[in-house]
Design a protein around this ligand. Structure first.
Ligand SMILES: C=C(O[C@@H]1C=C(C(=O)O)C=C[C@H]1O)C(=O)O
Length: 473
C-alpha cells in the first residue's frame, strides 16, 4: 500500500483531487493492474447508521457495526472490489485477496484517527462450506465504495475508487467531490424516509425450522457425551417469522442498538436484498495496536424481575457446577487455540457475570499481545468456531451439529467484522441474529449442552435468547 503525504490532501479542493487520481491512473497503467484510490477525510458530526440508511440499496453490499458502549460505529456500502470463497481455506483466501488489493492501493488523507484508510468487511458462515443455493456464501469480503465512521467524538468518511487505464477521471472527480460535499455536511433532513416514523410490519406467522427436533437432539447429544464422543456441543433451533409487509432491517437495527447498548449491533447486506442483523454480546477477536481481545461467554440464566431476584439468578449461575464446566470448556479452548498460533492469552481463573437486557451470562475476558507476524485472519481461522457456538473437541462435536439440528445455520454463529491494513480489526460472533429476506425473517438461538444439561431447560434458554430479536421485530 502506498501512502501519499496528507499535505497533498485532495477533497479540500477539486484540482488536488484530480491530480491525485491522475497519479493513480498513471500507476494503474505502469503496473498493468487496477489501483484502489482511497481518500480519507475527517468530517463534522456524522451518524453512520443514518448515512447508511440514506444510501441503502437492497441490491448493494453493506456492512454496519456499532457498540454504543464503546462510542464507535462504522458503516460501509457498495462494493468496489469483492470476493467470495468456500471451503476450509476461506480465511486464508480472504487474507490473500486483501493483501493483493492492498498491494494495489494508494491512500491519501487524514490517517491519524481510528477507521481511516481502507477497511475490508467480511462475513463467514458457521460451516466452512455452504450448500449450492445457500442464502450467503461461506466467506464474503469486500472493500466498500463509501465508508463513514464515528469513534469517540471523531468522525470520518472514506471513499474508495477503482482506477484503471480506462477510467474517466472527470466522472471519478465529480463522484468523489460530490460525496465529499455530501458527507462533509450531511443533511439528515434531505432523506424523505425521515419525514415519517418508520413503519413496522406485523408478524403474522411463526414456524419452527426443524419442528420437534430440538429436545430430541439434546437427548441424543447427552447420550453421545456419556459415551465419550465429545464433552460439549452447542445445539440451536431456528424459527421463521412472516410479516404482513417487508421488514426494515436498518430500523430494526436502530431499535437493537438502543436496547442492547453493551452488545455489537451489526447488519450485513449480501447484495441480494437479504440482510443478516443482530445484537451479539460476543466478540470473537479484536486486534488494535498489537493488543488482542477475545472472550469466553457461556453459561446462561434469566434476568430477575427485581434486583433481588436478578442477583439470585446471577449467584445461581456463578455457583452452578454445570455452567462453570460449560464455561471452562470455552475459555480453555480459546487459550489453547491462541497458543497454536504462538499467542499467550491471559484470563482470570473464574468468570464474572455479563448482564444483558434479556439474559445473563458467565463471562471471561481474555487479552494478549500479538506480534506483527500473526495476521488477524490467521488467529480467526484458528478460533472459529469456539465451543461457545460449536463444541469440544471441535473435530468430534462440530460435524454432528448439522445432523442433530436438521437445519442449515448459514451465517448464524458465523463471524462478521472488519479488518484493515494495520492488522487491526474487530470480528464478532453472529448470534442473537436474524436473517431478513423481505417479509420473512429467520431467527436462531442455541444453548451449550454438557453432561448435566436438561433438554427442557435448554429449550427455555433458547426462547429467552430468541427474545432479543423477537421483541425488536
Ligand atoms: C449459541 C448461543 O449463545 C451461546 C451459548 C451460551 C450458553 O449456552 O450459555 C451463552 C452464550 C453464547 O456463547 C446463541 O445465543 O444462539
Amino acid at each position: 500500500m502506498q501512502i501519499i503525504p496528507s499535505e497533498m490532501l485532495p477533497g479540500r479542493d477539486e484540482a488536488a483531487l484530480r491530480r491525485f487520481l491522475e497519479g493513480c491512473k498513471e500507476a494503474a497503467v505502469t503496473k498493468g493492474h487496477f489501483q484502489i484510490a482511497s481518500i480519507s477525510l475527517e468530517v463534522k458530526h456524522i451518524a453512520p447508521l443514518a448515512v447508511l440508511q440514506s444510501i441503502y440499496e437492497p441490491e448493494e453490499l453493506h456492512f454496519y457495526i456499532e457498540r454504543p458502549a464503546d462510542d464507535e460505529a462504522i458503516a460501509g456500502a457498495e462494493a468496489v472490489v469483492q470476493a467470495r470463497f468456500d471451503g476450509p481455506g476461506r480465511f486464508q483466501q480472504v487474507q490473500a485477496f486483501a493483501d493483493d488489493v492492498l498491494e494495489n492501493t494508494i491512500v491519501v488523507g487524514d490517517l491519524s484517527e481510528a477507521f481511516t484508510g481502507p477497511h475490508f468487511f467480511t462475513a463467514f458462515s458457521f460451516e466452512d462450506s455452504v450448500a449450492e443455493g445457500g442464502e450467503f456464501p461461506a466467506a464474503t469480503v469486500f472493500l466498500p465504495r463509501w465508508q463513514v465512521s464515528r469513534s469517540k467524538g471523531k468522525y470520518g468518511a472514506v471513499a474508495n475508487l477503482k482506477i484503471d487505464a480506462g477510467t474517466n477521471l472527470d466522472e471519478a472527480v465529480a463522484r468523489v467531490w460530490g460525496a465529499y460535499q455530501k458527507f462533509g455536511a450531511f443533511d439528515y433532513g434531505n432523506d424523505p424516509a425521515n419525514d415519517k416514523p418508520p413503519e413496522q410490519p406485523e408478524p403474522c406467522s411463526r414456524r419452527e425450522l426443524a419442528p420437534g427436533v430440538f429436545e430430541g437432539a439434546v437427548k441424543q447429544a447427552l447420550e453421545s457425551i456419556r459415551e465419550g464422543e465429545f464433552e460439549k456441543i452447542v445445539l440451536a433451533r431456528g424459527i421463521e417469522l412472516e410479516a404482513d409487509g417487508p421488514w426494515q432491517p436498518l430500523d430494526a437495527l436502530n431499535r437493537l442498538r438502543e436496547r442492547f447498548g453493551s452488545c455489537f449491533t451489526f447488519s450485513y447486506g449480501g447484495g441480494s436484498g437479504r440482510s443478516f442483523i443482530g445484537a451479539t454480546p460476543e466478540r470473537l477477536l479484536q486486534i488494535r495496536d498489537g493488543q488482542l481481545l477475545t472472550e469466553a461467554i457461556a453459561g446462561s440464566a434469566p434476568r430477575g424481575r427485581n434486583a433481588g431476584e436478578d442477583a439470585a439468578c446471577a449467584r445461581g449461575l456463578l455457583d452452578s457446577e454445570k455452567d462453570l464446566r460449560e464455561h471452562a470448556c470455552v475459555r480453555d479452548s480459546i487459550l489453547r487455540r491462541l497458543e497454536q498460533v504462538g499467542i499467550e492469552g491471559i484470563a482470570d481463573a473464574s468468570p464474572r457475570i455479563l448482564p444483558l437486557a434479556n439474559v445473563q451470562h458467565l463471562h471471561t475476558p481474555i487479552h494478549a499481545e500479538v506480534g506483527e507476524s500473526v495476521h488477524l485472519l490467521e488467529v480467526l481461522s484458528e478460533l472459529h468456531p469456539t465451543p461457545a457456538v460449536g463444541g469440544t473437541p471441535r473435530e468430534a462435536a462440530v460435524p454432528r451439529i448439522r445432523e442433530l439440528e436438521q437445519m442449515d445455520r448459514g451465517l448464524y454463529a458465523g463471524v462478521v467484522g472488519w479488518f484493515n491494513h494495520l492488522n487491526e480489526g474487530e470480528m464478532v460472533v453472529g448470534i442473537r441474529s436474524a436473517l431478513i429476506d423481505g417479509k420473512r425473517a429467520k431467527l436462531y438461538a442455541g444453548a451449550g449442552i454438557v453432561e448435566g444439561s436438561d433438554a427442557e431447560k435448554e429449550a427455555r434458554e433458547t426462547e429467552l435468547k430468541l427474545n432479543a430479536l423477537l421483541d425488536t421485530l
